[in-house]
Write a protein that binds this ligand. Structure first.
Ligand SMILES: [Mg+2]
Length: 435
């Protein structure tokens, strides 16, 4: 009999901020999206105050009134901590599917005492990374998700671990989760199900599979079978190769001058090429686009162009060069741009790159150069080592991050220093108790 677990970090971005600043424990905290636009993470205390996925500028009064702590998202930091959490989870189950930056499915088939094992996972992640997690364990992935949801929300569940394998609580658990909150159902299907008096996970589990297949589709039928404990969805152990890699972002301010756009496109090309090298891929084409702001009354322009590369490459300089040629081809004076992006396409594994006698680059040298570049930027923070065309000063087009943790609490601490501090703190039991 297969057994699955899903381990999910509790309010992940908020937990990362609390790791840097333990005094945030017990206080309402929110994290904002790029350019400080929307709320993307909330602590339980902020949820209790009624904070939803709101636009930041609409809830400023509420934030001031309740003294809610606000942070700009610090993705390099979250990604570093996510990597540490995943490395620990991997030790508990070699067969693991990383489902998102803060969630992973583990195959626990054959483990004897599942409750104790779940507790051990939770305690180890907390001890080594300082991040609290919830653990759901069940016979299928869908049931494990449901168990995790209850583990997170119900005060009755001890220490955030709920095991529904052969549990007399299973029917109760199914009855207390609404159909819309079942993994893979979603609001639209839930509304249609409601029309057939299927309101809870229990109702869905007991619906006739033939009828579900006829009225809905095979995906929902599988979900219903999984809720009955029939295993349909296996772990996705090898994530499919990315089809494209994109770096795109709204600017902190509208940009109209060519010199700034060169910095933007160079930076986005460098960032996307670094991401591509992390996945050990090379690209055969580069797409560049620009956008004006369609919500303001002024001339609009949404150009984009894809340029092929002579040979597939993962070399940042080559990618920046071709991205700048693309910018030259689409840039028009007289518009104020608010967003741009670079997308790398025709991706292949870097190891399968064909070599050519006509190639002007010494590829072996380039591999070493890129390793050095990525190594330094990993250690000292993204953009520490960069190409001249990316610019050297903080520019107006860069993302608004007025509430970054480094500015709030850590003086002038760089992201690298923050991560290093977390590594030190992660070992400290005092911190773990503080959480
Ligand atoms: Mg989470």
């Amino acid at each position: 009999m297969p057994v699955f677990s899903i381990v999910d970090c509790n309010s992940f971005f908020v937990s990362c901020e609390r790791l840097l600043n333990p005094s945030l424990k017990g206080k309402p905290v929110i994290v904002l999206s790029n350019n400080d636009g929307m709320v993307v993470a909330r602590s339980n205390e902020a949820k209790a105050l009624g904070i939803q996925w709101d636009a930041y500028h609409l809830i400023k009064d509420k934030i001031r009134y309740y003294d809610i702590q606000v942070y700009s998202s610090n993705y390099p930091l979250y990604s570093e901590i996510s990597g540490r959490v995943m490395a620990i989870l991997k030790q508990f189950a070699p067969r693991m599917e990383v489902y998102s930056c803060d969630e992973a499915f583990l195959d626990l088939t054959g483990i004897e005492n599942l409750d104790t094992y779940g507790q051990l996972i939770r305690e180890t992640v907390l001890q080594h990374c300082g991040i609290p997690v919830s653990v759901g364990i069940a016979k299928t992935k869908t049931l494990a998700k449901l168990a995790n949801r209850i583990a997170k929300k119900s005060p009755k569940v001890k220490n955030g671990v709920l095991n529904l394998v052969d549990s007399h609580y299973l029917d109760d658990a199914l009855k207390r989760v609404e159909a819309k909150d079942v993994w893979g159902v979603g609001r639209r299907w839930a509304e249609r199900l409601r029309g057939h008096s299927i309101l809870t996970a229990y109702d869905l589990a007991h619906a006739d599979p033939k009828w579900l297949l006829k009225t809905f589709n095979v995906v929902l039928t599988r979900t219903a079978l999984e809720l009955r404990g029939q295993f349909c969805l296996s772990l996705q152990l090898d994530p499919p190769l990315s089809k494209s890699i994109m770096h795109s972002m709204s600017f902190g301010k509208l940009v109209e001058d060519y010199a700034s756009l060169r910095q933007v496109i160079s930076t986005y090309a460098a960032e996307s090429s670094a991401k591509m090298r992390r996945e050990q891929l090379a690209c055969g084409s580069v797409h560049v686009f620009l956008q004006t702001n369609r919500f303001i009354q002024e001339p609009q322009y949404f150009p984009g162009i894809t340029l092929p590369l002579p040979y597939p490459t993962d070399h940042a300089a080559e990618i920046i060069q071709i991205a700048l040629s693309a910018l030259d081809a689409i840039f028009q004076d007289g518009y104020r741009y608010n967003k741009g992006g670079v997308m790398l396409g025709q991706l292949i594994p870097a190891s399968e790159r064909q070599t050519s006698l006509l190639d002007s680059y010494n590829r072996d040298k380039v591999v070493g150069l890129m390793q050095a570049l990525d190594g330094i930027n990993r250690q000292f923070g993204p953009g520490t080592l960069r190409y001249g065309s990316q610019g050297f000063r903080k520019a107006a087009w860069q993302m608004r991050q007025n509430h970054l943790s480094s500015q709030n609490n850590q003086g002038l601490m760089t992201e690298h220093q923050q991560v290093k501090r977390i590594c030190e703190l992660g070992q400290s039991t005092a911190l773990i108790r503080a959480l």
